[in-house]
Design a binder for this molecule. Structure first.
Ligand SMILES: [Mg+2]
Length: 394
């Protein structure tokens, strides 16, 4: 005779065997995709002679597949140098993924970082790992049947959005105005233009023309791409107060924490920075010193979504606003899950890489109702693929 199981017996508490509890990574495919830009792009770094105009963006895509047939897609990227090295590094660490439970994303991130320990815990090595990390988050959300924002816990189903791609320094101001009109007509809410021209008067003339064209009601931002020194940033910051800007982005060198803190304290206009930082540790320096009002992390650059979530928690704890950099396809979800009302950056450059489009309306970008990040690679992305590598079975 068998005694009935008590309600608290191990048997009754055991998890049912299922997709979420017993899966394994069986295949990883990596893809190096080079996205050409229709026009060479210049920001202030080109006008000061530090960089050449940008003609393409190098993407590292990671596709992960499991024994139970689940799939995830993630990507990282590099502008100018670094793309081939990211791909090569990802090829070296990808075999470490095989046999791992795809649910244990932080454990896998740590394992891949230890495999890369000799080349450090930030920068190029963790940017390669980021593509895999993002694919695992996409997979987890897809398996749950939820958009990633919902898996994380969303505070909103849409995020304020602004356009950047129409306001570069190579673009004549008349074209900048036309681009701004086109963005607003698409439902994008704010307009950002590049500044940092060696002749400050040129910046102020362009900014004045844009503000006059848009009127006072449209949120307007500027981005100096690190090309001012401290005195120039103070002078330009004061000169631009009258334009009621939403923020001044990267007024100083990305690593000048004290300079940013002093500027943030001195100006009424909010200061934003963080896109060039490549780890949680680097962001923590900015966050803990109150160096900015608005932090601008980039998930692929800081090592993926796992790392982004850590620094977002730190930033929220310090009462900072959030405006993630680039890659709206990823950052829309992460911004939707941030407690304070954030911004997301509208860049149409990446649209040809995917079969799906994001909806923008009434100044906001809407979280797609598709599971995961909500994107599949387009035929065009496959055509722009220069290299692939597969591990395990796919
Ligand atoms: Mg920027």
């Amino acid at each position: 005779m068998t005694a009935p199981a008590s309600p608290t017996s191990p048997t009754s508490l055991a998890s049912p065997e299922g997709d979420a509890t017993s899966d394994r990574v069986t295949g990883v495919r990596l893809r190096a995709v080079h996205l050409p830009l229709t026009t060479p792009v210049s920001d202030a770094k080109v006008l000061t002679g530090r960089q050449r105009a940008m003609t393409e963006v190098a993407f590292l895509f990671a596709e992960v597949r499991t024994a139970r047939g689940h799939e995830g897609l993630g990507f990282s990227y590099s502008k100018r140098a670094g793309g081939p090295a990211q791909f090569t590094h990802a090829c070296e660490v990808a075999p470490e993924l095989l046999g791992e439970d795809p649910s244990d994303i932080a454990k896998i991130w740590t394992k891949l970082v230890w495999a890369s320990a000799s080349v450090g815990r930030s920068g190029l090595s963790t940017q390669a790992i980021a593509a895999i990390d993002i694919a695992l988050w996409d997979l987890k959300a897809k398996r749950a049947g939820l958009p990633l924002a919902k898996l994380l816990g969303a505070h909103r189903d849409s995020v304020r959005c602004y356009n950047t791609s129409g306001g570069f320094l190579h673009t004549p101001v008349e074209q900048v105005l036309d681009n701004a009109d086109a963005s607003l007509a698409r439902g994008v809410g704010g307009i950002k233009i590049k500044v940092g021209h060696p002749d400050h008067a040129v910046d102020l003339r362009r900014l004045s023309a844009v503000r006059e064209h848009l009127g006072a009601g449209v949120p307007l931002m500027v981005d100096a791409n690190q090309q001012w020194d401290r005195p120039a940033a103070r002078r330009m910051g004061r000169a631009m107060e009258e334009f009621r800007l939403e923020w001044i982005e990267e007024p100083l060198d990305a690593y000048d924490v004290r300079g940013h803190a002093a500027l943030t304290a001195a100006l009424d206009t909010p200061i934003a920075s963080g896109e060039m930082l490549v780890s949680v540790a680097e962001h923590w320096e900015m966050i803990k010193h109150d160096a900015v009002d608005i932090i601008q992390p980039d998930a692929p650059r800081v090592g993926g979504i796992t790392q982004f979530l850590k620094l977002a928690t730190l930033a929220d704890h310090q009462h900072l606003q959030l405006a993630p950099h680039f890659a709206m396809e990823i950052h829309l979800h992460l911004a939707a899950a941030y407690p304070r009302e954030p911004w997301v950056e509208h860049f149409d450059w990446l649209e040809p890489l995917f079969n799906e489009r994001l909806e923008t309306r009434d100044g906001r970008m809407y979280v797609p109702d598709r599971p995961g990040l909500g994107f599949t690679l387009s035929e065009q992305a496959r055509a722009w693929t220069r290299e692939t590598a597969g591990f395990g079975t796919f």
